[in-house]
Design a protein around this ligand. Structure first.
Ligand code: AMP
Length: 114
């Protein structure tokens, strides 16, 4: 989508700090980090949020979680605990309407979240 900021990052029209990329997924540093490690795992397919997933997307979501686990392990932050967050709709804090998963690690992560 031309007016979607994450689609524009995926196309290279807007710069971002890329951590990982393959044919399905882009992982970038969040521009406003809230933890020492705060990455965004962004599927390249424009899906608005979890409400729009269909069965064909199931392997993609598994790939997101496996990639997050690999990255947090590589950063030595797996054992201390990490969180994968997916906000859906404005009331839950979704501000970019292209599905993405926050990977947060490197500090105590309290529960319940705000
Ligand atoms: P959410 O509020 O769950 O939709 O998350 C959107 C996230 O995207 C926020 O944490 C923003 O800080 C982040 N963000 C917005 N624009 C950019 C950008 N250009 N590069 C990297 N992260 C961004």
């Amino acid at each position: 989508m031309t007016d979607c900021i994450f689609c524009r990052i995926i196309k290279g029209e807007i710069p971002a700090k890329k951590v990982f990329e393959d044919d399905q997924l882009l992982v970038i540093e969040d521009i406003a980090p809230v933890a020492p490690l705060h990455l965004l795992l962004v599927p390249k397919k424009h899906i608005v949020n979890a409400l729009e997933l269909d069965p064909a997307d199931h392997p993609l979501i598994g790939h997101v979680f496996q990639t997050a686990a690999r990255i947090v392990r590589e950063n030595g932050m797996a054992e201390q605990g990490f969180r994968i967050v997916n906000n859906n709709n404005a009331g839950a804090g979704q501000s970019v309407f292209h599905i993405h998963f926050h990977l947060l690690a490197g500090r105590q992560l309290n529960w319940p979240p705000g």
